[in-house]
Ligand binder design. Structure first.
Ligand code: ZN
Length: 69
């Protein structure tokens, strides 16, 4: 299962980027990085993906450490 995790992670991380069909919401223009960081519609999924990635990395690291003991 965890062998597919990096692929899933990349797919999840690209979701905010592929939703380019927008203008007229949030702050800044849709092509600016500040737009993705300041608009809740983009920032919240980004934060969730980053948090899930960190949790997955920590879980895998902890699992390896417990296996090596
Ligand atoms: Zn947007």
């Amino acid at each position: 299962m965890f062998r597919k995790a990096p692929l899933l992670l990349v797919a999840l991380m690209s979701l905010p980027l592929i939703s380019q069909a927008h203008d007229g919401h949030g702050f800044f223009h849709g092509s600016e990085l500040a737009h993705y960081l300041s608009s809740p519609g983009h920032a919240v999924p980004l934060v969730l993906v980053v948090a899930a990635s960190v949790a997955l990395i920590l879980y895998r690291k902890r699992s390896r450490e417990e296996r090596d003991v």
